[in-house]
Design a protein around this ligand. Sequence first.
Ligand code: RP5
Length: 159
Amino acid sequence: MAVDVGIIMGSQSDWPTMREAAAILDELGISYETKIVSAHRTPDRLWSYGKTAAERGLKVIIAGAGGAAHLPGMMASKTRIPVVGVPIQTRALSGVDSLYSIVQMPKGFPVATMAIGGGANAGLMAAQMLAVSDAALAGRVDAWREALSASIAEEPTDE
Ligand code: RP5
């Protein structure tokens, strides 16, 4: 069964960040799969995932990695399916290493890079991409955004 979004990550340890993307997709009723695909530890898995992504019907790939975070960029080099990159926060360098590894792609192979730890926004970015050609989803995304705006108090309180 084809799913719209592939959520991939370099390690099990990335899941706490990446499940925030999954939670948004759940909220918005978007189908997805989750896989551990490491650029360094499972390069053959990366290659075959990228090679088959389009024919399997994936429409967006959300890729999270930390440290020497080559997964999003390598995936972008292997498939024309848009890749949303999530730099994972790291202990040694706070995720700046991840961010720099993901964001500076050469012309021709872009990765839409989120903030460090930006799993939720990656889910929203994927949803907004899909909503361009899905009116029902567009309505759900608009409602999600309106609910968030409505939840913001007009004035601060002491509590
Ligand atoms: C990267 O190395 C992963 O994306 C992860 O963020 C980082 C550390 O991985 P583990 O040592 O926790 O498996 O490949």
